[in-house]
Design a binder for this molecule. Sequence first.
Ligand SMILES: C=C(O[C@@H]1C=C(C(=O)O)C=C[C@H]1O)C(=O)O
Length: 85
Amino acid sequence: MDRLINYRDKINEIDLKIVELLEQRCELSTLIGNYKRERNLPVQDIKREQVIMQNVKDNIKNPKHKEALEKIFAVIINVSKMFQY
Ligand SMILES: C=C(O[C@@H]1C=C(C(=O)O)C=C[C@H]1O)C(=O)O
């Protein structure tokens, strides 16, 4: 039980960091959306998305996490684009 509480405490700490970082990412996506709107640029940039996904893959240390992290980042990018419409 001690171990479970300890693991969950660690997850709580990580979740707080994730929320903080995701909020920063959402804010930046909003700023990028404003920039694009001012210049009539499209929201979606497939090439940039491919670079991001490649960066993610290149930084995964444990191959068994690859599929999950790719799915998570696909969702992050898709939701991020909602801030630009
Ligand atoms: C944030 C941008 O806009 C869109 C969202 C992206 C993202 O959330 O990573 C990446 C590319 C674009 O499709 C961008 O162009 O950099």
